[in-house]
Design a protein around this ligand. Structure first.
Ligand code: GTP
Ligand code: MG
Length: 200
């Protein structure tokens, strides 16, 4: 399940422009700043394959990365970026809906949720929309290295609360994994999970 080779293929501004070779793909989705690009860099063990930033809204296009010449990881723009213009936000939702409902090669959405904060409405809404539309999903909880022993809820408690809020929209609870791009937690488990889904 390890990644031996990664190649950036293209950036697309519309779902229509995405690669049409039919190779299986995993779309990395989540709030701005949740750690999408960082997770991709951790998976491929390269620092700057996907560009990261402290400022939300870094990733603006649909970026396809070809892995081992046989499948894709797709870095998507984050949602919930308050500073994005009204029209950019409208475009985002039109794009995502079109992409998720029509992308045959999509094996699973990796929905990233920040485990260092309590459940956010926008993440719950997104998870519920995907669930109601029967889009296959894996929850990837990020930043599980944060808040250990600090004040506030622990990652485990935030994750449990999140599960409670989305339960009624799923027949079966989606698979979920705890990760950290700082410590590498969950990296191998996620790679194994993705290889099992591809070979299914
Ligand atoms: P957009 O492209 O703007 O949507 O953001 P993104 O989801 O790609 O987030 P990105 O990977 O750029 O990370 C945002 C910030 O969170 C950066 O400052 C990262 O260093 C930090 N970060 C990402 N993952 C982790 C993690 O697992 N733990 C901690 N402590 N920080 C993280
Ligand atoms: Mg990004």
């Amino acid at each position: 399940s390890q990644i031996k080779e990664v190649a950036f293929v293209k950036s697309s501004s519309r779902a229509k422009d995405c690669p049409i070779d039919g190779l299986p793909e995993f779309a990395v989705l989540g709030r701005s700043n949740v750690g999408k690009s960082s997770l991709i860099n951790t998976l491929v063990k390269k620092k700057e394959v996907a560009l990261t930033s402290k400022k939300p809204g870094k990733t603006q296009l649909i970026n396809h990365f070809l892995i081992n010449k046989s499948w894709y990881i797709v870095d998507l723009p984050g949602y919930g970026f308050a500073k994005a213009s009204e029209s950019a936000r409208t475009d985002w939702s039109a794009f995502t809906k079109g992409y998720f409902l029509n992308r045959d090669a999509l094996v699973s959405v990796l929905l990233l949720v920040d485990a260092s904060v309590p459940p956010q409405k926008i993440d719950v809404d997104c998870a519920n929309w995907l669930g109601r539309n029967n889009i296959p999903i894996t929850f990837v909880f990020t930043k599980c290295d944060k808040m250990k022993g600090g004040k506030g809820a622990r990652p485990e408690d935030n994750i449990r609360s999140f599960h409670e809020l989305i339960r009624q929209n799923y027949k079966q609870h989606p698979p979920w994994i705890m990760t950290s791009s700082v410590t590498g937690l969950g990296r191998d488990q996620l790679l194994l999970h993705m290889s099992q889904l591809r070979n299914y």
